[in-house]
Design a protein around this ligand. Structure first.
Ligand SMILES: Cc1cc2nc3c(=O)[nH]c(=O)nc-3n(C[C@H](O)[C@H](O)[C@H](O)COP(=O)(O)OP(=O)(O)OC[C@H]3O[C@@H](n4cnc5c(N)ncnc54)[C@H](O)[C@@H]3O)c2cc1C
Length: 470
């Protein structure tokens, strides 16, 4: 039996941030990892997907400026090689070194709760190590792809985000199940990198349904212009792949069929809690771990269990998991030291305001706070202002083909922003200003004095305020 002040299970971005901060505060900290330190984000999600999308994005940018033209198609082989470099050739030695330098002990194996403050780690050789926490255990095991119960789908060896972001070659024909963020990003990446046919099967009528409706519409238009075949109100009824690695036939609910070389399932994710021993501490298995705003698991006596990142189901985004990890680790340190554990940084406030998120399609979808529909459903006195971003000098200068739209959702009672969405090429870096305004509840009258430079796309802020009547 080995004892530490804190045990973190899962070395994805959330777990690593928690462990690093706890160790920096002087607590002996161990992190348990069953695959690669760095987690889904580093090897099979954020990083490789953005490496695949970057050249496609840039090609779109080039196409919008008169006088510029790509010399030829994108060199997909070189892009995949760059992706391999971005994911450090799927080797986590660098992360392991960082953990070591941060004073965090890395134990490789699958961690499982075995009662209060106790974790059993099954190592690759089948051995079991028992770790005991003096103060806290932090769950940071992330999430996994959901494979919907479609006949023949699981047996057909579908791609999940792992195979898509880790593709060794670009498939000639790809069928994508889903219309959310991963589906849109990967459909665009594969088509842009050379897939001849990309077909999206979208159960509902729209893409990106959690965002403002115009976001899904603009992304759908861009994907269609790029040649992606989007089938809405459509789903797979049966999937057949007689030969492993051979052609896939998807029988559609509407009656037709689609044939492809690969099938990507991007139909949602679920918290990785299946084999985590939650029952041993009285929590339900196979569900997100419910937490309070200090990331402490609810319903566990003595409050020694925390959950950060995708595993708690609050916001499946790397930056939010890391934010939660900062809050949880500061709370743990304060409680160990007997200090106040309710200082402002120690509570999750950002999730409640609405987490910022960027969808890295072309155009990018950048949103923070509530959508208009959410704000109305929550009973706010809402007013909405919108502006087309190509009408701003900075947008127009980005190219004749540049199109974008901004929307702000205003709380009329307090004259503050409840939510902001930008949909435009390269808009990601605009989002943080909106995040500051929404989470800090800056009044519109104060925003008026934050003068955007000319000629930048940020002048859309001024246009939104003018549209409001300032
Ligand atoms: C294709 C794709 C693209 C994405 N792009 C973005 C993006 O651009 N920006 C963004 O913010 N988010 C993005 N996300 C979401 C982001 O990847 C997740 O929100 C993030 O990885 C969650 O971090 P985490 O630390 O909670 O979990 P993870 O990154 O999933 O890490 C969890 C770790 O825990 C380990 N683990 C699990 N169970 C055990 C166990 N029992 N014992 C030991 N170790 C265990 C796993 O091996 C893993 O290393 C994307 C997701 C996908 C699928």
């Amino acid at each position: 039996m080995e004892d530490f002040d804190v045990i973190v299970i899962g070395a994805g971005p959330a777990g690593e941030v928690a462990a690093g901060r706890l160790a920096a505060a002087g607590l002996s900290t161990v992190i348990v990892e069953s695959e690669l330190a760095g987690g889904e984000c580093s090897y099979w999600a954020c990083m490789p997907s953005k490496a695949l999308l970057r050249p496609v994005d840039l090609a779109g940018e080039v196409g919008r400026v008169t006088g510029l033209r790509l010399a030829g198609p994108i060199d997909a082989g070189a892009v995949l090689a760059r992706r391999d470099a971005v994911v450090s050739q799927y080797d986590d030695a660098g992360q392991a070194r960082w953990l070591d330098s941060a004073g965090v002990t890395l134990v490789r194996g699958a961690g499982r709760l075995a009662g209060p403050r106790r974790v059993e780690v099954t190592t690759a050789d089948g051995g079991v190590r028992t770790l005991v926490a003096n103060h806290a255990v932090v769950l940071a095991t992330g999430s996994r792809s959901v494979i919907p119960p479609v006949a023949g789908l699981a047996a057909a060896g579908p791609w999940t985000n792992r195979e898509a972001t880790g593709a060794r070659a670009i498939p000639e024909r790809l069928v994508v199940i889903g219309g959310g963020v991963v589906a849109c990003e990967m459909a665009q990446a594969m088509r842009g990198l050379g897939s001849r046919e990309v077909t999206m099967l979208v159960r509902g009528g729209d893409l990106l349904t959690r965002m403002e409706p115009f976001a899904g519409e603009m992304v759908a238009r861009s994907l269609a212009d790029q040649g992606v075949d989007i089938r809405t109100h459509e789903s797979a009824e049966k999937v057949e792949r007689p030969e492993p690695g051979g052609e896939v036939t998807v029988r559609l609910a509407s009656g037709g069929t689609v044939r492809a070389d690969e099938i990507l399932v991007a139909a949602g994710r679920r918290s990785a809690t299946d084999d985590l021993g939650l029952a041993s501490v009285g929590l339900p298995e196979s569900r997100p771990v419910e937490v309070d705003d200090s990331m402490r698991a609810t319903g566990v006596a003595d409050g020694w269990l925390y959950a950060v990142g995708d595993v708690n189901g609050r916001a499946l985004l790397t930056h939010m998991g890391k934010y939660q990890a900062r809050a949880a680790s500061d709370v743990i340190v304060a409680r160990v030291r007997g200090e106040a554990d309710d200082r402002p940084g120690m509570r999750d406030r950002a999730d409640r305001a609405g987490a910022p998120q960027v969808v890295f399609t072309d155009p990018q979808v950048c949103a923070v706070g509530r959508t208009e529909a959410q704000a109305r459903a929550e009973g706010f006195d809402v007013r909405v202002v919108e502006h087309d971003m190509e009408q701003v000098a900075g947008g127009y200068l980005l190219g004749e083909g540049y199109r974008g739209k901004a929307k702000a959702v205003v709380d009329e009672r307090r004259r503050v922003l409840l939510g902001v969405t930008f949909v435009a090429p390269g808009a990601a870096e605009l989002l943080h200003a909106a995040t500051i305004a929404v989470t800090s509840e800056v009044t519109l009258d104060d925003l008026w004095h934050a003068v955007p430079s000319y000629p930048t796309v940020s002048e859309v802020w001024l246009r939104l305020l003018e549209a409001y009547g300032l």
